[in-house]
Unconditional design. Structure first.
Length: 279
């Protein structure tokens, strides 16, 4: 179970609605005492009155109805209209009232256009699973629902520009892996920090405390390690290896390599026993 959920959410129901152009989809004013409803607009547009305020939702938008909130729904009939629905209870998100996915002052209608395909796919799988009619013991609805809520939560979370809630250890571990995979690119401390949602100074402080060097120093060390590996196991030229590990200037690479290892690249290659021939 995700750490943002104190209680595992339970699915009340999941349905996909489809209306042709000219056909109305209308739900009069109502509320639910203990159920949160989430809607994903897949096609067309509709008007929603939520807690006395009017909202327009179009394809790619998510609509959230929290418990005890009065709401009314009416599609626009000029074009086909489709949406997915899921009703949820027993949800407890850290820091929020029971069966709430958003803060009380957050907008109940918002775009998830950056993650449309993933969310649509999960809704469709959830509806398909419900329609199969499996017994509760055999269904995967609970897992699909949790995945769906996580996707909606983090899509909304990142779209509003909030900082991701990564622990310090998770952030520096993620930063280290990012550098190990991209050491050959022209990395900057800001680029690495942005990847783990930290300020450059905070990341540098945490990284140095954990590994005894700055992220950029760690990146340089990864370049030298990779260069040593290329020199010993391939017949690539020094110029080729310099480019492979991220240096446009062969001279800069040679100088840094000798400063770091005490040997020039060519000298290290001569000292290696038997280079392998890797294509």
């Amino acid at each position: 179970m995700s750490p943002i959920f104190f209680k595992r959410p339970v699915l009340e129901g999941a349905i996909s609605f489809h209306r042709k152009a000219g056909e109305s989809c209308y739900f009069p004013l109502h509320r639910h005492e203990a159920i949160m409803e989430i809607l994903f607009i897949a096609e067309g547009a509709a008007d929603y009155w939520i807690d006395g305020k009017h909202y327009e939702a179009r394809a790619g938008d998510m609509v959230i109805f929290h418990p005890l909130v009065w709401h009314e729904e009416r599609s626009r009939i000029q074009a086909p209209f489709s949406f997915y629905y899921a009703g949820v209870h027993s949800l407890q998100v850290e820091g929020l009232p029971a069966n709430y996915l958003l803060e009380e002052d957050e907008q109940p209608v918002f775009s998830v256009s950056s993650n449309v395909e993933r969310i649509k796919h999960l809704f469709q799988e959830l509806c398909d699973e419900v329609n199969e009619g499996w017994s509760e013991a055999l269904t995967s609805c609970g897992l699909l629902l949790e995945l769906l809520l996580l996707e909606v939560h983090r899509t909304k979370h990142y779209a509003t520009g909030k900082t991701a809630r990564l622990s310090s250890q998770t952030a520096i571990t993620k930063a280290r892996r990012y550098i190990e995979e991209r050491y050959h690119e022209p990395l900057t401390i800001k680029q690495i920090a942005d990847h783990v949602y930290l300020s450059p100074s905070h990341l540098s402080h945490l990284f140095r405390d954990a590994y005894g060097e700055s992220p950029i120093q760690f990146a340089i060390r990864q370049r030298i390690h990779a260069a040593r590996r290329y020199l010993i196991t391939t017949e690539f030229s020094v110029e080729q290896i310099a480019r492979l590990v991220g240096y446009e200037s062969v001279t800069a690479f040679q100088n840094l390599f000798k400063k770091t290892t005490g040997l020039a690249p060519a000298t290290l290659r001569k000292k290696s026993l038997r280079p392998l021939h890797l294509q």
